[in-house]
Design a protein around this ligand. Structure first.
Ligand code: CMX
Ligand code: CO
Length: 145
């Protein structure tokens, strides 16, 4: 069902500073920068690599306010790894299969993610403490294109 690690989401206080850090320290290239009001974040995708089933990224996340998922996370735990996003071919089908197991879905239906992807989250308490995101890349981002 999972085709790749699409991205690792990292919570930070200052998006611009962290973009510069990943550029200068690791030579990563900024692939996109977006504000996602529904998710309460300002975010950047830093391209890491291309593989046979698509690309992988580091997703840098700055909260739009304290009462957002990333805002609450930063207040509680500070900066660091916030979630893991796995690639899937069909996020709706993956949700149906996973929802039939004892894993709480934070999204019953896919939502809009970075770069036109369809995304959905699984509750961290049911995934061994790891907030987990399923990512169906938009057409054109698919299969190593
Ligand atoms: N990883 C692991 N555990 C987490 C977590 C995370 N990122 N965020 C919260 N938790 C834990 C908390 O530590 C807490 O555990 P304890 O009760 O043991 O202290 C528990 O989950 C509840 O946390 P909370 O602070 O009370 O927060 P909420 O329950 O209100 O929200 C969650 C938690 C996961 C349901 C919410 O953050 C959510 O819906 N996340 C999905 C959306 C999201 O994260 N969007 C931003 C990224 C967008 C993108 O990737 O594009
Ligand atoms: Co993400």
């Amino acid at each position: 069902m999972l085709t790749r690690i699409d991205h690792v989401g990292i919570a930070c206080h200052d998006l611009e500073e962290k973009i510069a850090f990943y550029e200068t320290t690791f030579g990563l290239v900024l692939a996109s920068r977006e504000v996602n009001e529904a998710q309460g974040v300002k975010e950047a995708m830093m391209h890491v690599a291309d593989g046979p089933s698509g690309s992988s990224y580091i997703q840098l996340l700055e909260p739009l306010g304290p009462d957002t998922p990333v805002g609450k996370f930063l207040a509680k735990r500070g900066e660091g790894v916030h979630h893991v996003g796995y690639g899937v071919d069909d996020v709706a089908a993956a949700l149906e299969a996973i929802g039939a197991k004892d894993v709480r879905l934070l999204d019953r239906r896919p939502r809009h993610g970075s770069m036109g992807a369809s995304i959905a989250f699984l509750h961290p308490k049911d995934v061994g403490g790891v907030l987990t995101e399923l990512v169906q890349a938009s057409e054109g981002q698919h299969e190593g294109e």
